[in-house]
Design a protein around this ligand. Structure first.
Ligand SMILES: Cc1cc2nc3c(=O)[nH]c(=O)nc-3n(C[C@H](O)[C@H](O)[C@H](O)COP(=O)(O)OP(=O)(O)OC[C@H]3O[C@@H](n4cnc5c(N)ncnc54)[C@H](O)[C@@H]3O)c2cc1C
Length: 421
């Protein structure tokens, strides 16, 4: 057991990652006190349903990790509606916004991120990060006939799809030359764009919102090409800024997020960071942040192993999904190539209508994207994590060979060789 157990573990940020750390510590028998402090008034919940089920139906239950009373039952001290305002590393203390101080043996930062905003403060401009935000957007949508979505990334497009299904006229404005330019391969983004257009969404790429005003007639956005879009309201989905203020103030090393090693330890070994705000070592060793449901869980699990003095859990290929209309799109690993030696090829899935995009580096699968082919995606994730070489016939086939993939994953000395063998 690591040092500092008497003062226990204090977790700052009661989102998905912070909540998971607290629950796993308690469930795995960590004997010291566990305290979870969250600025929101709600117990930890998962955000993916916010832009999907909850925006479609505001009565949809809040996707809490566990019911609030479970924290007490597990002996976790849960402080909700409380913000940590300072960290004193020398004395190993955190201060909360009510003035109270708490000692820590280990501190876990899990403060996530804040949505980036346009430089205008208007009533009809909304962002989507919290359950409160989704209720506000759903209430506006109830009375609206049109919405402008600023940002053609995942959150913006999920909002566009959900509100289109609710019957609103939707326009999406994206500054990039195409949708989802940051991490979706071009043909996958094109398939999603095509689907939005077929549903009647107006897509405007390569333009920036220059100015926004509002009056009784709605919200008016002037774009960089001089045109104006009027809508009842707008949802801005232009990414998040990691909440690293506390970490910076107490002198931790940051680089976009709080820089951590593979065990989630920051530049101060008593302080760990997890989830969206942690800059973990990427494939090339450089710090990178990852804003996904899986990363929140994986980093939480690694932090818990570090605190408990256990071996780190085995590595997984990164994984992400989005749901828009009846499209379920999943990405794993490196889907954008990047080294110049990668080749993207498309295969049919045995799942009717499913499409699979494989990113190959030589005979190794390094990334994949699946459209309505979740079953194949699970195999691809395992192929990437296992790092096996693919027999030539596999990528050459017109249809993804799930059976061959399974064979490679149940290794016999002849069928699966480690990458570096
Ligand atoms: C609308 C939406 C849809 C998404 N859909 C998907 C999806 O389909 N698939 C997918 O893989 N990922 C999805 N994600 C991403 C995923 O939800 C995030 O990666 C995940 O929530 C990150 O968890 P976190 O705990 O790091 O941060 P958060 O969930 O942001 O939690 C951080 C918490 O810390 C609190 N906090 C901040 N500062 C302080 C402080 N000083 N004191 C106390 N508390 C503080 C914040 O209030 C917040 O509650 C979605 C995200 C959103 C917003």
């Amino acid at each position: 057991m690591s040092a500092g157990m008497d003062a226990g573990v204090v977790i700052v940020g009661a989102g998905q990652a912070g909540g998971r750390v607290a629950l796993m510590l308690a469930q795995r028998g960590y004997p010291g006190p566990v305290t979870l402090i969250g600025a929101e008034s709600l117990p930890p919940y998962e955000r993916p349903p916010l832009s999907k089920e909850m925006l479609a139906d505001p009565q949809h239950p809040l996707p809490v990790l566990v019911p609030a009373e479970e924290y007490g039952r597990l002996g976790i001290a849960l402080h909700l509606g409380r913000r940590v305002t300072a960290i004193d590393r020398a004395r190993q203390l955190v201060t909360m916004d009510d003035g109270a101080s708490l000692p820590y043996g280990r501190l876990v930062l899990a403060t996530g991120g804040r949505p980036r905003q346009l430089p205008f403060r208007l009533e009809r401009l909304q962002v989507l990060r919290t359950a409160g935000d989704v209720r506000a957007i759903a209430a506006r949508a109830e009375k609206a006939t049109s919405v402008l979505v600023v940002g053609g990334g995942v959150i913006g497009l999920e909002v566009a799809a959900t509100l289109r299904k609710r019957g609103l006229a939707v326009t999406v404005v994206e500054v990039g030359s195409r949708l989802l330019g940051r991490n979706f391969p071009e043909p996958v983004a094109a398939a999603i764009a095509e689907r939005h257009v077929a549903e009647g969404v107006v897509l405007r790429t390569g333009v920036r919102v220059r100015a926004v005003s509002e009056d009784g007639g709605g919200l008016h956005a002037t774009l960089s090409d001089g045109t104006t879009i009027t809508a009842d309201f707008a949802v801005v989905g232009i990414g998040i800024t990691p909440d690293t203020g506390l970490a910076q103030d107490c002198g931790l090393v940051t680089d976009d997020g709080v820089v951590v090693d593979a065990d989630m330890r920051s530049s101060d070994p008593a302080i760990l960071a997890v989830g969206d705000m942690a800059a973990i070592p990427g494939q090339d060793g450089r710090p990178m942040r990852c804003e996904t449901w899986q990363n929140a869980n994986v980093t939480a699990e690694r932090a818990v192993a570090t605190i408990l003095g256990e071996a780190a859990p085995p590595g997984e290929a990164s994984w992400f999904w989005t749901d828009q209309y009846d499209l379920n799109v999943q990405l794993t690993g490196n889907t954008m190539g990047g080294t110049g030696n990668c080749l993207l090829l498309e295969q049919r899935s045995a799942v009717a209508g499913g499409r699979l995009f494989l990113m190959l580096e030589g005979d190794r699968l390094v990334g994949a994207a699946a459209i309505n082919a979740g079953r194949d995606m699970s195999l691809c994730r395992r192929l990437i994590a296992a790092g096996v070489r693919l027999p030539a016939a596999m990528p050459e086939a017109a249809q993804f060979d799930a059976r061959a993939a399974r064979t490679l994953l149940t290794p016999s000395p002849a069928s699966a060789r480690p990458v570096d063998a």
